[in-house]
Write a protein that binds this ligand. Structure first.
Ligand SMILES: [Cu+2]
Length: 151
């Protein structure tokens, strides 16, 4: 009997430490000068991910997740003399982060050199997305990484 009980306890312990389907998948993302490194570039809709975003670099960075084509208006000043209605609508949408199910933003005040920020995110829409750092000059210097989200 004791032996049975011991095996049962071990089995319970093992299952508690093993595959938990509800546990988020950890994705370590590194921000450096000037790149964004993610070990995963294809994500699945409905899977909870835990982004562990670290800045091992020497200067502040930020982490932004947006759908492709929804990037901040980087370097567009030279192309457009004045904002058109589509652009101002876009800017308005970006302020409403909480309504955008597939957008994330971690500001530079949280991603100082040596900092690590953990956020959980579950994609709801398949498509092409991008991680980016939009501090002045960083995106252009290479701080962006395309990712795909599949059904
Ligand atoms: Cu940066």
């Amino acid at each position: 009997m004791y032996r049975m009980a011991a095996i049962l306890v071990l089995a319970l312990l093992a299952s508690a430490c093993g595959n938990r389907p509800t546990a988020a998948q950890v994705v370590p993302v590194e921000l450096t000068e000037f790149a964004i490194d993610s070990p995963i570039s294809t994500f699945k809709v409905g899977t909870p991910y835990r982004f562990v975003i670290s800045n091992p670099g020497a200067i502040n960075h930020e982490f932004v997740l947006v759908a492709e084509g929804q990037e901040h208006n980087m370097g567009s000043e030279g192309e457009h003399g004045h904002a058109d209605p589509a652009e101002s609508g876009h800017g308005h949408a970006e302020e409403q982060d909480h309504d955008m199910g597939n957008m994330l933003h971690v500001g530079e005040s949280q991603l100082t050199p040596g900092a690590t920020v953990t956020i959980e995110h579950t994609f709801t829409e398949p498509g092409e997305y991008e991680f980016g750092c939009y501090l002045p000059g960083h995106y252009a210097a290479g701080m962006h990484t395309k990712i795909s989200v599949v059904p």
